[in-house]
Design a protein around this ligand. Sequence first.
Ligand code: NDP
Ligand code: 8X3
Length: 255
Amino acid sequence: MVDPKRMTVFITGASSGFGEACARRYATAGSKLVLAARRMERLDKLRKRLSVPSHLVKLDVRDRTSVEKAIAGLPKDFSEVDVLVNNAGLSLGLEPAHKTDLNDWETMVDTNIKGLMYCARLILPGMVERNRGHIINLGSVAGAYPYPGGNVYGATKAFVKQFSLNLRADLVGTKIRVTNVEPGLAETEFSLVRFKGDAERANAVYQGTKPVSAEDIAEVIFWISTLPEHVNVNRIEIMPVCQSFGSFAIDRETR
Ligand code: NDP
Ligand code: 8X3
């Protein structure tokens, strides 16, 4: 198994949800951490609860220059990234395509596609040089299965899935691993963000269910990255037991 004590783990979106849970999981195992997000006060609080060396980066992943500076400016002790948890992302809205705000679509593309792509592209050369590393992208079941209102969000996650597989294709002959982690219903701040602060609507998503927790996903991510180094999990899909698949929609009025 790969020793987590020897790992430097770079986590984007570490201020909440999966990213924060990953920070806590890797810290328990003794990894060094680079924690990135826009909300520094959250990262500060998190760092105080962790017992491992952590470097904080105020980062908006949509800003390519900031990502370049953050990665180029990593202190020497944190500069050899072994695991990138490429997690920062969001969904905005659940309206049908013709009613959505085009700005929301752009924000999702800029964050979930371009931000994720910048982080991967800028961290990869060091990994290839060291012939060691693991990129763990946060996809979603929404990237594989369509649902009403999933329009651009699901499409960004379909990008993440194919991008992850294509990275593996490019990296053949190296020891770099790439995994697309594809969660389903998971309770984090995801729905609060999707519904723009409407807590009632966000809570209703999880009401009466036992969703996957951020800790469940962090455990899966930790496991994937500590498997023996010849093992690559290409894609992994995780749903709570209470979630499953529905039938195709058929409208009997439309002809
Ligand atoms: P949260 O809203 O709890 O966390 C999202 C994180 O992303 C926050 O730390 C936020 O930090 C960060 N983030 C958002 N935009 C930016 C940005 N422009 N620059 C830097 N950081 C940003 O949601 P989750 O933990 O659930 O989401 C994490 C990932 O998992 C996302 O990619 C999401 O699409 C995916 N996912 C979530 C599922 C779910 O049901 N919860 C299921 C499947 C996938 P800050 O605001 O401080 O910048
Ligand atoms: C988040 C899961 O089903 O809300 O990616 O799109 S879902």
